[in-house]
Each structure stands twice: as structure tokens, then as C-alpha cells.
Design a protein around this ligand. Structure first.
Ligand code: CIR
Length: 253
């Protein structure tokens, strides 16, 4: 059960955000509209939303998920693998300190972006991607252990972040895509494969028994509804152009 979320408004400089999507430049006005609807969707799921202002200095700063891991027991500031994103952590710290008195941190010898971290109850799967390395993941596992939480590293080779191809929908249900469909670390879950042409929807978000699903992926939407969940579609086209999915736009806790 989540009660709160933190989001950050997109900045005009988002046009210069990191991207390998080759889908063209995002339209800033439309991105702001979509972001507002995303906030509405979080509120419809019962969350109290902290809305942080845009920071022009960091083009990718609306993707707040990557710079911190918030768990029921602790908050951890990451050290992003993407150089242009490292300064984002100090900006999120103030917002988080309101809710977590003692903030842990990944030191600069390792890299972690929390888009690579999937929480399943007290266990945290940590994808080893271009953005998260063994040093960072080891630091994270050690911090989690101090709080009676566990973590494990997941080998991966194709996706930007672990959750680009995986979403845990609670109740042992897992959406998978691409290399995650047959990944040995996830065979114990009830897996639902997202079709190759709808891979972007593998990043959907469970919030208090509603699942947010990106708009325009009808097969994925149907599969999630068949699992018994209420769904809420959110248009994400402008964030997709920057490789950002639904989970990336908020910290939920
Ligand atoms: C980046 O490449 O860092 C951003 N353009 C997108 C971040 C997406 N975040 C995520 O998947 N958690």
C-alpha cells in the first residue's frame, strides 16, 4: 500500500534529455499536459503527491525514480551511472528528508539508478545495466541488509533499466518483456508476457490495486485487466521519446 508520491515537473531543457528512442523531440507543452494527467492518476489512486518544481539545469530531472530508492524502512540516494544526471540527487534530498530522517547513500565508487530496482515485498532485484554496476549494487545490498531487507543482482544486456522490461503487480504477478520473458531469476512468478510490439507497456505501475498503463497499448491493457486489476491509462508519448516510462516519473512510498 502506498500513501505518497513525489514528482518533478518536466523542464524546457527536456529536449536535451538522454535518449536512444529515435522518436523525435518531445513537445514541452504536451509533456506538461501529460505530466499533469499523471499526477491526477496518482491522486485517483489515493496518493498524496508532492510536486517539485522543474530544474532547467538537469534535462532528465522529471524522471525522479532514478535518483532515490524509497522503501518502507529507509531511503537511499543513488549515484546515477549517467554523468549528466548525477547532480539530480542533491535536489531530491530535501524533498525526501521531510519523510525520512536518516538518508543513506550510494558513494561515488559505484553506480545505481533506481529504475534498475524492482521491489517485491522485502526483496529488491537490482538490474546490472549500463547505469547500475556491481559496486553500486553491492553497496545497495549492504545498506538494505542493515534494515533487514534483501537484494540480489540481475544480469541483463538489452534494456535501459530493469523496469523497462519488468513490472511487479503484487500478488506474485509480473509483467515481462524481451530478455525478461525467460530470465531465470523470475521463473517463480506468474509471468504475463507483453507482446514485442507493445514493449513500452511492460513498464506499468501497480498502485493500491489500480495499475497505471501507458495509453495506446491495447493488448497489454487487456492482459492486465484479465489479471483482475482496475486500470488507468496515461498518455506518455512525450516521455517515451526520452526512454522514460510510467514508473520513472514518480517516487512512490
Ligand atoms: C535517461 O536516459 O536517463 C532518461 N532519458 C530516461 C530515464 C528513464 N528512467 C527509468 O527508466 N527509470
Amino acid at each position: 500500500m502506498f500513501t505518497r508520491a513525489i514528482v518533478r515537473k518536466p523542464c524546457r531543457a527536456m529536449l536535451n534529455g538522454l535518449s536512444e528512442a529515435n522518436m523525435g523531440d518531445p513537445n514541452y507543452a504536451l509533456a506538461c499536459e501529460q505530466h499533469q494527467d499523471y499526477i491526477n492518476a496518482l491522486k485517483e489512486c489515493g496518493l498524496q503527491v508532492t510536486e517539485l518544481p522543474a530544474i532547467e539545469e538537469f534535462p532528465d530531472s522529471c524522471f525522479v525514480e532514478d535518483v532515490a530508492l524509497l522503501t518502507p524502512k529507509c531511503a537511499i540516494l543513488t549515484h546515477p551511472g549517467a554523468i549528466s544526471r548525477r547532480g539530480e540527487t542533491s535536489h531530491i534530498e530535501d524533498a525526501i528528508s521531510e519523510f525520512y530522517p536518516n538518508i543513506e547513500r550510494i558513494d561515488s565508487s559505484g553506480h545505481v539508478e533506481a529504475g534498475d530496482i524492482m521491489m517485491v515485498a522485502n526483496h529488491f532485484y537490482i538490474g546490472l545495466s549500463d547505469r547500475t554496476d556491481v559496486n553500486g549494487a553491492t553497496q545497495l545490498i549492504n545498506i538494505l541488509a542493515k534494515h533487514n531487507l534483501t537484494g540480489s543482482m540481475v544480469e541483463m544486456s538489452e534494456l535501459l533499466h530493469l523496469k523497462t522490461g519488468l513490472s511487479y503487480l503484487e500478488n506474485n504477478k509480473l509483467l515481462t518483456f524481451g530478455e525478461m520473458n525467460t530470465h531465470p531469476d523470475f521463473t517463480q512468478f506468474n509471468r504475463v508476457e507483453i507482446d514485442g510490439d507493445e514493449g513500452y507497456a511492460a513498464n506499468s505501475v501497480w498502485i493500491n490495486d489500480t495499475v497505471l498503463v501507458p495509453k495506446g497499448f491495447p493488448k497489454a491493457l487487456h492482459k492486465i485487466q484479465q489479471l483482475g486489476y482496475k486500470t488507468r491509462e496515461v498518455a506518455m508519448s512525450e516521455f517515451q521519446k526520452l526512454d522514460g516510462g510510467l514508473s520513472c516519473l514518480s517516487l512512490r512510498f
